[in-house]
Design a protein around this ligand. Structure first.
Ligand code: ZN
Length: 540
């Protein structure tokens, strides 16, 4: 049996239980068939084998992003990037897009940040009066939108329109609507935007896929099929791409609880699927976000005083939902950021598990941002997996410093405590909320520094090896895939990344700036920084 691909002269860090290192590896039919020294793999090599000399480079298992939103990220890439330095540039980008569309088609954009704009203000409808297409741009936070007059007309909004509760239609001094919408008022216009077509979903996935392999990501957990477009057609989009050989990463698709009855009616449970796409956990939401101050915390926010965030469900409601999915044998993953929400989720899991004991359920808490030793001990007892996004300290840590009391921040992403308790925290980005780079996540886990250089609970720092475990071993475990993924061992999928020489001795700063040399999924080279090997045969 000769190999399709062989690599040698490298530092192959297997991330297996024994922490083995190898020099060479052989791959056949997408799986690892041999590992060891050069002599150990030569029996697998013949003329047809593509042989790559790694010249000392480091090889690691492909990274697993255990919580991200591929369609949401991809539609962002499909839409206009409004992360500009002036309103003039944004207007120009909209004009250029309009030139390619007929005037009924919507122009959607994202990433507006007035702090970066030289005009020092948000754009308004009046900046786009000459655009006949409807325009809908979102601020980078996604809690504010800017629309033009055409969009307001289509949505039926005029100066008499009242904002829905929980939202705001901003007005000028004369009381005219400016086109800036806050929160629930955004829905008024969003409802008028035609849903994404299957083709657009596929384009979006393909764009995100391309970016992911550049970052060394070989598997993702989609944090809610149906979340971005409101339709399970998302599954179809993934499936068609996969069938046509156009999807690179492996996808563990969590399914929004909204679609639970459909899922249950089909009797398709967690783990159903093939080598590339599987049905994951049932995904629910227990609270909101810290920067929006909607995450449910025990200790009130610094501002507004007395406010402790929002729980999406009453205890009994959440318990009922959890019990329903648990009883049917599903894995469950629940978004819970504040400690009040984390505790509510733990109680729901405790109750479900005591009524219907189940070993190896691997129920998860997505984000699990604010914790304390008591909650961690209860998670350990029940076997609950936290799924944190370390990159968020770096990007939003400074905001958290302003909105949370220091004693609350003490329990923020307690990664070292999670590790000590054996909780197997699975690393993730929540992309596009945080950039997908696992290197940014590992840097943040290793330094716990915010963008401005402040430390957030430095006692919770991880070593590089531990950070890598989060993005390999534990991502696999969180999807019941540790026998196939997350470490390089004979029999497992040949999903790996080639990184620069000496990566394991890199400082945190060097880790952050690491460029992936090559990404291989199922033995297939899916990305190369410098086109060198794909398509060429090198043997001998
Ligand atoms: Zn998310």
């Amino acid at each position: 049996m000769f190999a399709d691909l062989a690599i040698y002269n490298g530092q192959i860090v297997s991330m297996d239980q024994r922490h083995s290192h190898h020099e060479a590896m052989a791959v056949k039919h997408g799986r690892i068939v041999g590992m060891g020294a050069w002599q150990d793999i030569t029996p697998f090599i013949d003329k047809q084998t593509q042989v790559i000399n790694l010249e000392g480079r480091t090889v690691l298992p492909g990274f697993i992003d255990a919580h991200q939103h591929m369609i949401y990220f991809g539609t962002n890439l499909l839409n206009l990037d409004c992360d500009c330095t002036s309103i003039q540039d944004i207007v120009q980008a909209v004009e250029e897009r309009a030139a390619f569309l007929n005037s009924d088609e919507w122009i959607l954009g994202w990433g507006v940040d007035e702090a970066k704009l030289e005009e020092g203000r948000l754009p308004e409808a009046s900046d786009f009066t000459h655009i006949s297409n409807p325009v809908y741009l979102t601020r980078f936070c996604l809690h504010t939108a800017i629309v033009n007059e055409r969009a307001l007309n289509i949505a039926g909004i005029n100066s008499q329109t009242e904002a829905p509760s929980g939202g705001e239609l901003l007005r000028d001094t004369q009381g005219n609507i400016t086109g800036v919408l806050w929160e629930k008022a955004m829905d008024l216009v969003q409802q008028a935007i035609p849903p994404y077509t299957l083709d657009q979903m596929k384009q979006a996935i393909a764009l995100a896929d391309e970016k992911y392999v550049e970052e060394g990501i070989t598997s993702v957990h989609e944090a809610g099929m149906g979340f971005h477009t409101g339709s399970l057609e998302e599954f179809q989009a993934f499936q068609e791409l996969s069938h046509d050989g156009q999807l690179k990463v492996r996808v563990y698709g969590m399914v929004l609880d909204t679609f639970f009855s459909e899922l249950k009616a089909m009797h398709l449970t967690t783990g159903f699927g093939n080598e590339q796409i599987k049905i994951g956990a049932v995904k629910m939401f227990a609270d909101g976000t810290l920067s929006g101050r909607t995450a449910a915390v025990h200790e009130e926010y610094l501002d507004p005083a007395g406010f402790r965030g929002i729980l999406m469900y009453k205890d009994e409601e959440l318990e009922e939902k959890v019990l329903a999915a648990h009883r049917e044998g599903y894995q469950i993953s629940i978004h819970a950021i504040g400690d009040r929400a984390v505790e509510q989720v733990i109680i729901a899991y405790e109750k479900a598990l005591s009524s219907y004991p189940r070993t190896d359920h691997r129920h998860r808490i997505e984000h699990c941002a604010i914790c304390n030793p008591n909650l961690i001990a209860r998670m350990q007892k029940l076997g609950i997996i936290p799924v944190p996004q370390p990159g968020i300290y770096y990007l939003a840590g400074d905001v958290y410093n302003r909105v949370l009391k220091p004693q609350v921040l003490d329990g923020f992403y307690a990664l070292a405590s999670f590790m000590e308790a054996g909780l197997k925290p699975a690393g993730s980005s929540d992309c596009p909320v945080v950039p997908a780079s696992p290197f940014l996540g590992m840097y943040a886990a290793m330094t716990r520094k915010t963008r401005s250089g402040e430390d957030i609970v430095p006692e919770q720092k991880l070593s590089l090896y531990e950070a890598l475990q989060m993005y390999t071993n534990y991502g696999a475990y969180a999807s019941f895939a540790e026998h196939e993924l997350g470490s390089l061992e004979v029999g497992k999928f040949a999903d790996f990344v080639v990184l620069p020489t000496g990566f394991m001795d890199f400082s945190a700063e060097q880790v952050k700036d690491t460029k992936v040399e090559m990404t291989v999924i199922g033995g297939k080279i899916q990305y190369e920084r410098v086109r060198k090997y794909a398509g060429n045969l090198h043997y001998g």
